[in-house]
Design a protein around this ligand. Structure first.
Ligand code: HAM
Length: 420
């Protein structure tokens, strides 16, 4: 072991477990690729101001959790704590919204950074796969995204997740509700900090995890009862479309998200096997974000699913993914001539798309066969001087233990046909 360790709140993905993460990312991306979403990649850091304006000055993410720093050139940057503000910034910068093809549908996959108190399922470096549909106000788009996330989780074999759905209203009805909630909160017995929060961002108080606060919130006014007719109709249509698609969800009138840009539809995917960090994914509509970062009005909706927590959810449900074998064929040469011949065989197999590996380093038969076993390969090809003198190699089926001699010139074709 070296003197260095991964920084607090981070961990390394190493084989064989790392294969699960790749498979999860792939499974989340597949339905998006299949539904008109194009891949986008943005830098790992952005101007601090983008997140301050986009995610919200009063959010925990911006006030406490950002890795912000000043560059040698004097720029104030932050490691990205989330993807939506960056993706919208990039779409605006590239004028994607002017190409006359709205909504602009984008998906992404990458690392995000939040200076949070680490615990199981909560890390300072984590990974998300996300989707954003920019520039259309259409309940079918909100429904599409929820349905695609559901499809992604199901394709992985997850069953014990729930979808929580709410509407946060719009600039017409939310201020009315906000004032009513503030009135209510002012009458409660709350500490200084919470009262301050009630002033700046009262909806966040609903999300307070403390029991004594939650008890006092029992009779709090609910946004549901304040939605304007347009928001009500919009929400009703989203609900109907999801229901018609056979996706079940729960209405959660108290669902508030940790980012300020949301309007109307908001949702969270929670998994009950994860303890306190139960949100495996979340998202919603953000009709005002573009204007908040200096762009035109572009109503949009999206989500991000946490890869780390999705892997934990798979473990909690005891789901083992059907991962393709890392290696199908392992070659064990005995002697220099065999090295040359089998190295050629392995190269040809690889060119033909067969996953093959080779015993490197001067090893005896016993050590090499141990490597072959560990590789998980279905077949081992062994050759020594005597085999080559006869023009053959030994093909061993690692499942049945059966071994046969196959002509050197036939071995590639034989393996391909056995593996197909
Ligand atoms: P979020 O709810 O902050 O939303 O994050 C989405 C998911 O990322 C969470 O549900 C969780 O699975 C994962 N996640 C967040 N923080 C951590 C952490 N510290 N450790 C491990 N996993 C974590 C967003 O980021 C929005 N940008 C989603 C969105 C896209 N809304 C609209 N479009």
């Amino acid at each position: 072991m070296s003197t260095f360790k991964a920084p607090k709140g981070t961990y390394d993905l190493i084989p064989p477990d790392s294969a699960k993460y790749l498979a999860v990312r792939e499974a989340i991306a597949a339905p998006l690729r299949n539904s008109g979403y194009g891949y986008i990649e943005t830098p790992g850091f952005e101007s601090v101001e983008l997140f301050a304006r986009g995610v919200g000055e009063s959010t925990d993410i911006v006030t406490k959790e950002m890795y912000a720093f000043e560059t040698k050139g004097g720029d104030r940057l932050a490691l990205r704590p989330e993807g939506t503000a960056s993706v919208l910034r990039a779409a605006l910068e590239a004028n994607l919204h002017k190409a006359g093809n709205l909504p602009v549908k984008l998906w992404y996959s990458g690392s995000y950074y939040r200076y949070e108190r680490p615990q199981k399922g909560r890390y300072r470096h984590f990974s998300q796969v996300g989707a954003e549909a920019i520039g259309a106000e259409d309940p079918a788009l909100d429904a599409e995204l929820i349905i695609l996330a559901d499809q992604a989780y199901r394709s992985l074999g997850l069953r014990e997740f729930r979808i929580l759905l709410n509407s946060l209203g719009d600039q017409e009805c939310r201020p009315v509700y906000r004032a009513a909630l503030q009135d209510f909160l002012r009458g409660l017995d709350l500490d200084e900090e919470t009262l301050r929060r009630a002033d700046i961002n009262p909806l966040r108080v609903l999300d307070d995890k403390r029991d004594d606060v939650q008890k006092q919130l029992v009779g709090a006014p609910l946004l549901r009862d304040y939605l304007c007719d347009a928001c009500k109709a919009y929400h009703e249509e989203v609900r109907e479309l999801i229901t018609a698609a056979g996706v079940s969800f729960e209405d959660d009138a108290k669902l508030v998200r940790g980012l300020d840009y949301y309007t109307r539809t908001t949702f969270e995917f929670v998994h009950d096997g994860l303890g306190s960090q139960s949100a495996v994914g979340g998202g919603g509509r953000y009709d005002g974000l573009s204007e908040m970062i200096g762009g035109p009005a572009l109503p949009s909706v999206g989500w991000a699913l946490g890869v780390d927590r999705t892997v934990l959810a798979l473990e909690a449900e005891g789901v083992t993914l059907q991962l393709p074998a890392a290696t199908s064929v392992f070659a064990v040469p005995l002697g220099d001539e065999a090295r040359r011949v089998l190295f050629g065989v392995v190269s040809e197999l690889r060119r033909n798309g067969v996953a093959a590996d080779f015993s490197y380093g001067a090893k005896g038969l016993k050590g090499a066969m141990k490597n072959a076993n560990r590789s998980g390969a279905r077949y081992t090809v062994v050759a020594g001087e005597r085999d080559l003198a006869e023009g053959v190699v030994q093909l061993k089926d690692m499942e049945s233990g059966e071994q046969v001699a196959v002509g050197v010139n036939e071995i590639v074709a034989e393996l391909e046909s056995r593996l197909s």
